[in-house]
Design a protein around this ligand. Structure first.
Ligand SMILES: [Zn+2]
Length: 99
């Protein structure tokens, strides 16, 4: 099965889409899946654990879910570039982390 890459709004790269189900309302999940790649999503999942711990969020409470969602949106939209204002595509150098 071919998976079409999506243009991720966060990292602005063509990347693998998120395939796993998301723990959000269908509207929010659909929005994320059309805009965010799986790589950025896994970064958020790590961040979410930190946020949940720091704020002691109880995710069965809708109020706390909304707080987490606000953090999520902020995290996923940390690159507010408008379309058409993109700089030249940066060449992807070799990863600096190599042992
Ligand atoms: Zn991305």
């Amino acid at each position: 099965m071919n998976v079409m890459p999506i243009l991720c709004k966060r990292c602005e790269k063509n990347n693998d889409p998120i395939i796993s189900p998301l723990p959000w309302s269908p509207e929010t999940a659909a929005e994320i899946k059309t805009q965010i790649c799986s790589q950025c999503w896994s970064e958020w999942e790590e961040q979410a654990i930190i946020v949940i711990n720091e704020l002691s969020l109880k995710l069965f409470m809708s109020e706390h879910q909304q707080k987490l969602e606000a953090h999520m949106r902020e995290f996923l939209q940390n690159n507010p570039l408008e379309n058409g204002e993109n700089p030249e595509n940066l060449p992807q150098g070799p990863s600096p982390v190599k042992s």
